[in-house]
Design a protein around this ligand. Structure first.
Ligand SMILES: Nc1ncnc2c1ncn2[C@@H]1O[C@H](COP(=O)(O)OP(=O)(O)O)[C@@H](O)[C@H]1O
Ligand SMILES: [Mg+2]
Length: 337
């Protein structure tokens, strides 16, 4: 499993680089899935009419990559002079934003008539006050600067900023595109795929390409072979077969037995209750039962998940989960009689 040592130092280094960075799309054509967005942006860039833009959508869908590809296409080697990139890990009070952006935007570009580009990543982490300050800055420097705001939740961006930008929504990547991209990386990296590996990666990644690639790399490094089994193990997610066993037990066994059994499984396999709860939902729909019982179960799952998010005792919540199923089981038995 040891990686062969390359005589060329750079290649050896590349081998260790996180694949998310190594396989970040370099050009707009490399960006998978978002064809309409890419086509629109290409056209705007070509006509030199790029407006202020707002990219929003869940993580790992190519927002940062897209704007960096635009920057590369616009400025080539001059990228570092022409682009200011700020993200949420930087201090982002009002004054910082104003100062940095103003310093950057107010200096004229000497050697070209092109506008500069300010990329504000993770904008939804900015305070409202900072966003209001930004609105003024955008207005003031529109002549020679374009802004690209990036965020996960568009609702956290004040309307005054939204209306100054052209919005592009980056949805989670559809499975087919993820598959294609994965195949490309798998081939180049010589990853060994095992049974169910590809589908497991797509399911676990859930349209987040960053997460998908990270799982691929981690599983590859940890196990040598990427199969359904190793991918789920590596992420600590319950295997579909484990969930099936749990669902069977919940619907068929007595309270104390199920409680003990799931508790033991959690310890043996290192499963978090929240993962179990979330993956049980499809089973509640798959198994036939009166609407009233199903509704009560779904509500119970939601309650347990909600409480777990606030750091309550796993064991107690497990009890609550099992209790909900025990109640449902009782009602099913009553209904059958
Ligand atoms: N549309 C895409 N096409 C190809 N790779 C992608 C795409 N979206 C994300 N990736 C992969 O995921 C990584 C993170 O993407 P990034 O653009 O930073 O996502 P975001 O900014 O939307 O969170 C990239 O380095 C790339 O490897
Ligand atoms: Mg990003």
């Amino acid at each position: 499993m040891e990686a062969p040592i390359q005589s060329n130092g750079k290649l050896a280094l590349d081998k260790d680089a996180p694949w998310v960075e190594k396989y970040r799309p370099r050009t707009l054509d490399d960006v998978a899935a978002h064809k309409e967005i890419v086509d629109t942006i290409k056209r705007l860039v070509k006509e030199n009419r790029l407006p202020h833009v707002l990219f929003y959508g869940p993580p790992g869908t190519g927002k940062t990559s897209t704007i960096l590809a635009v920057a590369r296409q616009l400025y080539g080697n001059a990228v570092s002079n022409m682009v200011l990139e700020l993200n949420a890990s930087d201090d982002r009070g009002i004054n910082i934003v104003r100062q940095q952006v103003v310093d950057f935007a107010s200096t004229r570009t000497i050697f070209s008539k092109q506008f500069k580009l300010v990329v504000l990543d993770e904008c939804d982490a900015m305070t409202k006050d900072a966003q209001f300050a930004l609105r003024r800055v955008i207005e003031k420097y529109t002549r020679n600067t374009r802004f690209c705001l990036i965020c996960n939740y568009v609702s956290k961006i004040i309307p005054a900023l939204q209306s100054r930008c052209t919005r592009f929504r980056f949805p989670p990547l559809p499975g087919d595109y993820v598959r294609e991209r994965l195949q490309y990386v798998i081939e180049l990296e010589g990853v060994k795929l095992g049974p169910g590996g590809m589908d497991a990666l797509i399911t676990l990644g859930a349209g987040d390409m960053r997460r998908t690639l990270n799982i691929l790399q981690a599983t590859h490094m940890a196990s040598g072979e990427v199969s359904e089994q190793t991918a789920y193990l590596c992420t600590g997610s319950p295997l579909p077969t484990d969930i099936e066993a749990i669902a069977q037990a919940l619907f068929n066994e007595d309270f104390v037995d199920v409680f003990e059994r799931i508790g033991a499984m959690q310890i043996a396999k290192g499963l978090a209750l929240v993962d179990i709860v979330q993956q049980l939902l499809p089973w509640v729909f798959r198994i036939g039962m009166p609407a009233k019982v199903r509704i009560a179960l779904v509500e119970a799952l939601g309650d347990v998940e909600h409480r777990l998010a606030f750091g309550t005792s796993e064991r107690l919540q497990l009890g609550s989960l099992v209790a909900a199923f025990a109640t449902a089981r009782g009602e099913l038995i009553d209904a059958a009689q």
